[in-house]
Design a protein around this ligand. Sequence first.
Ligand code: CP3
Length: 327
Amino acid sequence: MPPIWLMRQAGRYLPEYRALRAEAGSFLDLCYNPAHAAEVTLQPIRRFGFDAAIIFADILLIPQALGQDLRFAEGEGPILAPIRDAKALSALTLEGLHKRLEPIYETVSRVHGLLDDQTALIGFAGAPWTVATYMVEGGGSRNFEHTKVWAFRDPAGFAALIDLIVEATIAYLSRQIDAGAEAIQLFDTWAGVLPETAFARWSIEPTHRIVAALRARYPAIPVIGFPRGAGVGLQDYAARTGVQGVGLDSAVPLSWARQAVQSQCTVQGNLDPLMVVAGGTAMTNEVRRIVSAFKDGPFVFNLGHGILPQTPPEHVAALVAAVRAPA
Ligand code: CP3
């Protein structure tokens, strides 16, 4: 029986989340209020008994803590003041980082105190490439034009941005671990848009630096990398980043992943989030296929991307039961 947790397991598909979110005001108010953020982290644990809780926060809190303006427009997603050159970059600083992120450390420590010892506590951050795309584009993007053109045209200049994110991320995750996080996930949601050499330089290499720093300080804390859309690049990613686990998106073929990735480290994934919206036997059959493909090696059940707001909570309960049903 593999352990199970779901990316974005705390969130809008839960009525109890929507109620607390309405009370808190905005999404960012919720993130920065440790009592509320701890409560939201625990909601899916109480309801479904997942094997891990992931701390409630966001990958864009680092850019904000570096001094970049951030807001979430209702129904539109994040909006940031874009950083597209050395001058804009020079306005960012590590100086206020911990002061700004202190409430997140407080959330970790509260949740750590409230969780039973059967439930793992996962801390997280965005991987540098994915965080950089939001910082440079100023929000979500369709083709990542500004970020890619900067990285291709002026790799040394773009590296200064990546280096800053790497440094901030190591500091941030170290404090999450000090506060009680027992595993770390790095979300590289947009890894899959990079050509081979850029993937090596802007996804694998910065991730490797973060993993190396964390492993040196905290050898017992596993790091899971999730380079979404990396395809056959997952094999190199597993070999060269030093991660202990690799998250698989839903498009990754199971038999390939077993020999190319699970032979190197733990795999995590990869049910299509829309399968949980669909529910029923389509979902349970797919659960069986995934569980059986990975049964002979290290495996954590998850989705291939975050759970969707329209997911019926009863389908999540059925999913957990299916994963835990004896084969
Ligand atoms: O997994 C969890 O339950 C922990 C919390 C968590 C959130 N965001 C809360 C959130 C985690 C791990 C994230 C990661 C995150 N944030 C990623 C990487 C993973 C992925 O989904 O690809 C990215 C790209 C972001 C940036 C972000 N945050 C976007 C683009 C958006 C808007 C789109 C959306 O889903 O609304 C957010 C907002 C956000 N982050 C919400 C939640 C629960 C919704 C906020 C609300 O209540 O309106």
